[in-house]
Design a protein around this ligand. Structure first.
Ligand code: FES
Ligand code: FES
Length: 173
């Protein structure tokens, strides 16, 4: 991490150069020390699929994958993630635009209403699959409890995740 030249003014003009791989593409950006990963993604890089709900780590709307693990982007300072690989909802589809199986399952099961929580729910669900800690509906509910849906689409969200989980389990047999 290289600190760029600071003006003689207060530290609020400070910018720090960081490198991230975002949705497979290397990016170099300069951020203030207090800029969150969420604000970097939305405000600076135009990746507005990741939503800002509470901005306090309580709703899960801002969930992204960081080196494959799900995190709340509103709680992460961008500078602290220098060198990391970030995947947002925009990066889940294939190179040819094909939807990720979790995105397809959400559509198939009507797992959203207003859709505001959906990117965070889908990123969280993809992270959950990678963790291998959910094997049934109760465990899916427990492991997804950090992602709130004000529309109450929970049963269909669990249906969608359960579907992908079963396909994954069958493929592993
Ligand atoms: S916006 Fe990050 S948890 Fe709510
Ligand atoms: S679908 Fe509206 S908040 Fe979840």
């Amino acid at each position: 991490m290289a600190t760029t030249a600071m003006s003689g003014e207060a530290a609020d003009t400070a910018r720090i150069a960081i490198r991230l791989t975002i949705n497979g593409a290397p990016r170099e950006v300069e951020v203030t020390p207090w800029m969150t990963l969420l604000d970097l993604l939305r405000e600076r890089l135009g990746l507005t699929g990741t939503k800002k709900g509470c901005d306090h780590g309580q709703c899960g709307a801002c969930t992204v994958l960081l080196d494959g693990r799900r995190i709340n982007a509103c709680l992460a300072l961008a500078v602290s993630k220098d060198g990391s690989e970030v995947t947002t909802i925009e990066g889940l589809s294939g190179a040819n635009g094909a939807l990720h199986p979790m995105q397809e399952a959400f559509i198939e099961h009507d797992a959203f209403q207003c859709g505001y929580c959906t990117p965070g729910q889908i990123c969280s669900a993809v992270g959950l699959l990678g963790e291998g800690r959910a094997r049934n509906r109760d465990e899916i509910r427990e492991q997804m409890s950090g992602n709130l849906c004000r529309c109450g689409a929970y049963p269909n969200i669990v249906d969608a995740i359960e579907d992908v989980l079963h396909v994954k389990a069958e493929a592993a047999e």
